[in-house]
Structure formats: C-alpha cells, structure tokens
Design a protein around this ligand. Structure first.
Ligand SMILES: [Zn+2]
Length: 358
C-alpha cells in the first residue's frame, strides 16, 4: 500500500519522468524530422519497490532523423552506472535542446536528413532509482560482458566474481548477461548492421580531475583498437576546431584494465560482422567537484555528481560543444574517417598512446 512515507518512482527517478516528458513532447511535435522510440527492455523491479506496485521500469531508445538504415549514426548513451546520474542529466538536457531546435532550426532539419541520432539516456533505471552503481541485481553492467582480459586487470575495480556485495561484481560465471547489457548489445549491433560508420558517446563520471574521452580497449593494453587512426584524426579535428577545450583523449587501458567491458564486447561483435563502431566514453572528472566542495563526499551521490545548482548547470552546458561536434562529425565522416590507406594518423596514434608497445 502506497502511503505518505513511500517515495514514488517520480521522486526516486526524476530522470525517467523527464525522459518520458521529452518523448511526449516529441510525439506532439510539428517538426518535419522523423522520430520514433523503442522500449528495449522492461527491467523487473517488483522486489525493490513493493509498495509502489511497480513491476518494471522501461529502457528507452529515442531515434531522431532519417530512418535510412545505411545513414551514419550517432548514439548517445548514459545511466549505465546508476550512481552517475549526471551522465543521464547531461543527455536529457541535450535532448531537450535538440527537440527545441527541431521546432525552428532548418540547418538541423537538413542535418537530420543525412544522419540518425539515437539517445539511450537511462540504461540502468532500477540502479539509478536505488542509487546503486550496479543494476538491481548488484551486477556492474560495465563488467558484465562475456569477455575476459588476458592481461593483469585492476584488483576488484577491473571486475570480479567474488560477491555481489562488493562493487564491480561481474555476475557468476554461469549466468547469462544481464537484461540491460544484453538489450543494449543486441540493439547496437543490430542498428550498426548496414552503416558505414557509427559513433557513440557513453556518459560516465567519477574518475580524476579532468574530463576524459576514452576509447577501446579496456581489456588489453597490448592490442590497439583497429580504428585508432580514425580516433586520432577525429580528436585532431576537434582540437583544431575548438582549441580552448580541455578534454583528454586516450585509450581506457592507459589507466586500468578490466574484464567484461560492454563497449569492448560490442566493438568485437561489430568487428566480427565487419560493422564499424567507434565507441567513446565521456568520463567526467568528478574529483574536481569534490575538490571545490569537499563536504559532498559524505553523500554517495556526491562522489560522482556535482551537487551545487550552479555547478550542475555548468556541467550541463559544458558538453554541448562536444556533442554538437560529434553530430557534425558523424554527418561529415568522410573528412576524418577511414584513412586506412594513409598510415599517418595511425602512426601518430601509436606514438602518442602506445609507446610502450612499439
Ligand atoms: Zn561509470
């Protein structure tokens, strides 16, 4: 029975309400831009919110732009780790901006005739409603893929099978992939099938002082991701165009290795089927927010999210340039992608990021 003391789902998960409001707004929209949404999975949650009579929470994907399955695709993903709410909030704020621009901005209409943009801002709704890093089953979705590193991984952080009570739990060996991870993998590998290129940005927070953009691999420091030349060229284009930003681009393996990384898994699945995906992860430097406001470390959310309203506002603003760039880079991919026959950028990437391996 719902009583005055039972928090509602809208109190526990305002991000879901915000997302559904944006979908509603799109449904009533008079824009010429094609739009539809999918529910990739219904994530069971009845044992978490018994008093709310809530059996499941939806995992939404919102498609904007041309339905042509061959069109270049930009994928925005967030909320894989439930505690890192700011990633979802950055994407919801950006989706809001895109929806408003769709009502008046003919430049955007033309752009969306050429590309498709897909938002999956809340991959782990149960984890976020519970303020867990993991999903509702205490499994870390970014350690849950059936992929083992053959090199030395970081202790615990790199994924383990010891106990669901310790963060970074991968799940038991015999278990299937979790519903959220499996749904995202199937959806992305299916969506990339006939496209020349797919770019993605998965928004996280919690590592270091600076904002980093990580690319695969997370399971190996010895192997280089096949598209490092293209990533280097993309980075070069970004830096040249926006010289006053301070993102650090690097392979995740430069910091630590882990088992079960979902983007490594999706990348390898795509490579096997000769599909192209360049999955980037935005790792927002949350230690900077703690440095400015040390008391916020007393709250679990304070370790991963800005807490003061003006700082939240600044973070929501800050990444618009990056996300606009990625959309434009997707539409203009011939200017930076697939220089395989030109070893220049690959060599640059190898000497910048893989010096030890050479
Ligand atoms: Zn994360």
């Amino acid at each position: 029975m719902l009583n005055a003391k039972t928090p509602s789902i809208s109190t526990l998960l305002p991000e879901l309400i915000q997302l559904e409001t944006l979908i509603e707004r799109l449904s009533q929209h008079k824009s010429p831009v094609p739009f539809h949404f999918d529910i990739l999975a219904h994530i069971p949650c009845n044992n978490h919110f018994p008093q709310n009579h809530q059996n499941s929470l939806p995992l939404y994907a919102i498609h904007l732009g041309t339905p042509d399955p061959k069109a270049p695709l930009m994928l925005f993903v967030g909320g894989v780790h439930g505690l890192e709410r700011i990633g979802t909030q950055v994407l919801l704020s950006y989706l809001h901006t895109i929806i408003e621009r769709m009502t008046w901005d003919t430049t955007l209409h033309h752009l969306l005739e050429r590309i498709q943009i897909v938002f999956i801002p809340l991959v782990n709704p149960v984890g976020m409603a519970k303020n867990y890093r993991s999903n509702g089953n205490h499994i870390d979705l970014m350690r849950n893929a059936p992929l083992n590193s053959q090199e030395k991984t970081a202790f615990l952080i790199g994924g383990h099978r010891l106990s669901p009570r310790i963060p970074w739990f991968r799940g038991h060996n015999s278990q299937q992939m979790e519903l959220e991870a499996d749904a995202l993998t199937r959806f992305v590998t299916d969506l990339t099938t006939s496209r020349t290129v797919t770019l993605s940005l998965d928004c996280h927070s919690g590592f270091g002082l600076k904002d980093r953009i990580w690319f695969p691999y997370a399971h190996s420091a010895k192997q280089a991701f096949p598209y490092i030349g293209d990533v280097f060229h993309l980075r070069h284009t970004f830096m040249r165009t926006y010289p006053n930003q301070n993102y650090i681009f690097e392979p995740q393996a430069l910091h630590y290795l882990c088992h079960g990384d979902l983007w490594d898994h999706i990348t390898l699945q795509c490579l096997r089927q000769q599909q192209v995906i360049l999955p980037l992860t935005l790792e927002m430097g949350s230690w900077r927010w703690i440095k400015k406001n040390p008391l916020q470390i007393r709250q679990a959310l304070g370790i991963f999210n800005p807490m003061k309203p003006q700082r939240i506002q600044r973070v929501l603003q800050k990444h618009i340039v990056l996300m606009d760039f990625m959309i434009n880079a997707t539409a203009n991919y011939p200017s930076w992608f697939n220089h395989a026959d030109n070893p220049y950028y690959k060599q640059q990437a190898l000497s910048r990021w893989y010096k030890k391996q050479q």
